[in-house]
Design a protein around this ligand. Structure first.
Ligand code: SAM
Length: 248
C-alpha cells in the first residue's frame, strides 16, 4: 500500500517513522511519503491561506496549492485505486469498519487541513478525479488534520495483510465483528503472575479448558459491551442463558 500525506507541518508526521507504520515501512508492506503543501506555493511567503469569502473569523486554505499538489500526486503514474482522505470534523466518524475498508485500498492520500479548513472547491474537484472520503476522528475539533491522519494510518496499517506477526490477534479485538454478528469490546486480559497484590487471575484462565475459557471470554466481552457501549450491541446477544439487549 502507498500512503501520501499532504500537510503544512511535515514534522508532525515524524512518529510514522517510529511506530507500527515505521515497522510496516521497513518490511516493505507500505510506502509512506509525507509532502509539504508549501512546496506547491508560488509566492515568496509560501502562502497557503486567505480570508474567507462572506466574512467571519479565521483563514481558509487556498485552493491553488492544493490543486497543484493533487495534480502532481494524482498524475504520478501510481494513481490506480487512489482514495483521497480529507480529515475534517464534519466527515464520517472513523471506526474500525472504516479502517478495514481503507486497508483494502491500494493507495491513500491524506489531506490535512488547518485554519478553518480547505476551500470546498478542492474537495469537489478532487472528487471528479479520485474516490474521496471525508473522515472525522471524533466529535471534537483539533487544530489540524495531522493527528487524525496519524491515527487513521496506524489503525489501517495494522490491518494490512502480513503486518501483524500473528494475524489471530486481530480476530478477537474490540470493534471486530464476532460470530454472533455483534461488534464487541474485548474481554479483560491477564498475564503472569497468577496472584498480584492479593488479586487473582480468574481461575478459568488457569484451567487449561479451552472451551470454558472461550465461553468465559465471550461472556465478559458481552457484559463489558452492554455496560460500557450498549450502542454497539445491534440486536440481542447471548450471555450464558441471558439475552443482553441494546439500550433503547
Ligand atoms: N472550522 C472547522 C469546523 O468547524 O469544522 C474546523 C477547522 S479545524 C480548526 C482545522 C483542521 O483540523 C480541519 O480542516 C481538519 O483537517 C482538522 N480537524 C479538526 N478536527 C478534526 C476531527 N475531529 N477529525 C478530523 N480532522 C479534524
Amino acid at each position: 500500500m502507498r500512503i501520501d500525506v499532504l500537510t503544512i507541518f511535515p514534522d508532525y508526521l515524524a512518529p510514522l517513522e517510529l511506530s507500527l507504520a515505521g515497522k510496516a515501512r521497513d518490511r516493505g508492506l507500505i510506502d509512506i511519503r509525507v509532502h509539504d503543501l508549501r512546496d506547491w506555493t508560488r509566492d515568496r511567503h509560501r502562502t497557503v491561506d486567505d480570508t474567507p469569502y462572506g466574512g467571519g473569523a479565521g483563514m481558509v486554505m487556498k485552493p491553488e496549492p492544493w490543486g497543484e499538489a493533487f495534480d502532481t500526486l494524482l498524475d504520478d503514474g501510481d494513481v490506480e485505486g487512489a482514495t483521497v482522505v480529507f480529515t475534517t470534523p464534519s466527515g464520517q466518524p472513523f471506526t474500525q469498519a472504516v479502517a478495514r475498508e481503507l486497508a483494502s485500498k491500494g493507495r491513500l492520500i491524506f489531506a490535512c487541513g488547518r485554519y478553518e479548513g480547505i476551500d470546498q472547491r478542492v474537495i469537489d474537484e478532487v472528487s471528479t478525479r479520485a474516490e474521496v472520503r471525508e473522515i472525522s476522528l471524533g466529535d471534537y475539533v483539533l487544530n489540524g488534520g495531522e493527528v487524525a491522519a496519524l491515527a487513521i494510518t496506524e489503525a489501517v496499517v495494522r490491518l494490512v495483510p502480513g503486518f501483524m506477526g500473528n494475524a489471530a490477534s486481530l480476530v478477537e479485538e474490540s470493534h471486530t465483528l464476532s460470530d454472533s454478528g455483534a461488534s464487541l469490546l474485548e474481554y479483560p486480559v491477564y498475564t503472569k503472575p497468577a496472584s498480584w497484590r492479593d488479586r487473582e487471575v480468574p481461575p478459568v484462565l488457569l484451567s487449561g479448558d479451552h472451551a470454558a475459557i472461550a465461553t468465559w471470554r465471550h461472556d465478559q466481552a458481552v457484559r463489558r459491551t452492554a455496560e460500557r457501549r450498549p450502542d454497539l450491541v445491534h440486536g440481542s446477544v447471548l450471555l450464558d442463558d441471558v439475552q443482553v439487549r441494546p439500550a433503547e
